[in-house]
Design a protein. Sequence first.
Length: 156
Amino acid sequence: MAQHISEGFVQGLVDWLSKQSSMTFKVGEEGEPLKGGTVYFAPTGAHIAVQGSKLKLLFSGPVRGILPSGNLLLESLAHSFGNRSMGMILTGMGNDGREGAHLIHSFGGLMIAQEPASAVVSSMPMQIIKEKMARYILTPLQINGALMAMERGENL
């Protein structure tokens, strides 16, 4: 997850989310193999990406003023998994993730957008919806249910 969050708050968010869901949430580590049912967060000061079936951390500074970059993460997912890639655009300001979502969509992967009325700031998910890249538009509760269903091997 490329969460735009103030420095020092990533681990607290991971800890809080871990208490709210049966899924596993953790700060990703360089070279860590991907594991189903686990949500990996970029550590403070790093971009997170996927290379093959492992995590890649990049300490290269902001990309287009953003750190961590949603575009970089989504593009790496598209290139690693093609039509099996899946990405989500949640609450946020601006257009980070747009190009990566477009790539996942163009490869036939699955894009989910947070339902704008449930977002604190809706410009990021609205962009994906307007450009018809979101296959599903879901509330946070529905997103949790969808992720759990996918973990069980069920279709959405």
